[in-house]
Design a protein around this ligand. Sequence first.
Ligand code: ATP
Ligand code: MG
Length: 432
Amino acid sequence: MSKPERIQGVRGMNDVLPADEALWSRFEAAVASCMRAYGYQRIRTPIVEHTRLFVRGIGEVTDIVEKEMYSFTDSLNGEQLTLRPESTAGVVRSVIEHNLLYDGPKRLWYTGPMFRHERPQKGRYRQFHQVGAEAMGMPGPDADAEVILLCQRLWDDLGLTGVKLEINTLGQADERRAHRAALIAHFEANIDSLDEEARRRLHSNPLRILDTKNPAMQAVAESAPKLIDFLGEASLAHFEGLQALLRAQNIPARINPRLVRGLDYYNLSVFEWVADGLTLCGGGRYDPLIEMLGGRPAPACGFGIGVERVLELMRAQAVDLDTGGCDVYIVHQGEGVLEAAFQAAERLRDAGLDVILHGGGGGFKAQFKRADASGAFAAVVLGEDEVRAGQATVKWLREPAGAPGEGRQQRVALEALGSVITDALVAGDDTI
Ligand code: ATP
Ligand code: MG
């Protein structure tokens, strides 16, 4: 028989291996605790939605809808479907569908995989993860400030430093219209400095040109008319209100006039958290969106965090991780011993301990090597001698203060096994 083909994972879609688990769980625990601290409730929406939800909910003239969506026709019923490239559209759909705003504002959060067909590179994948929060039904800058504070608390909880906040305001649609005319005039006067994409977007989405990453276009973007000069009193007051709340909480924010979302339904505040030149998180207000997707008008703001980028920063800054393994590793060998080993493992788990029962055979020596590598505090040894006597040997591998000492061992009756080990760990104040 010829060797079977080895099937590789899809390009840009990564496995998260057990070696990275401590990093992921540290992050996920901090997220869950921050969301709880601000009263945000988790919502889980499907990974697949109707394509038209994203076309309408993200906007036709965007990178995502123009060239990044994984869209397909369901061959069984002909429906046009898309793997979600982000979650706000799905969350808003769900909020409308289940009338979640019937009794006032809602604070929601989500996490999960998103899909965008981009060129894979550092911090950019085709399946990646986001964590997001959406504050719905609150029009004032207090909601914007709250979601920003939540992010700050998350960076602090994770022990991250150097994550910087940039903010801007997009005003309202009519204010943007006046700015847009000035913007188009500016870019037309400098048409030679525009790249092909910018020229294409000149009339469809000129605001987005400000967001260009093309080094050759930085000067023309920098000298463009600023939206803030076109804002009326109410928009300026909202922006001032946000800044005052941030100042009062000592959150430094740099105003970046080129920070934009090129979509018509974004309004007022936009913000990004940036570290080492990479954007970890993008957010802002999108008051018109709920109505645009068919719901009763309600204001909303929120953010999306790129999980892989935060994890990369945690790695770079060597954030403390709990890499602890199991509590007990059971080593066993001999005629009729396996059943007793199973029994002992279940007893220890009943006592609240995390137990690895050695699998795959091998002699005592090889098994002890595994026990050492497992990070367990104790190896429980079961051989024919022990089993005959209704006992086990406990061999202490690490040294919680209550244990008799590293390398020391003791014989313990099988019934007493759980309490002997938990007592030693509790006395040593080791978390079990
Ligand atoms: P960019 O301008 O970098 O493409 P974006 O505007 O498309 O970003 P958002 O849609 O605001 O990004 O998504 C929020 C966050 O999700 C980003 O700030 C980033 O951290 C992360 N993110 C976006 N796309 C990817 C991707 N392909 N791979 C990994 N993370 C991503
Ligand atoms: Mg993008």
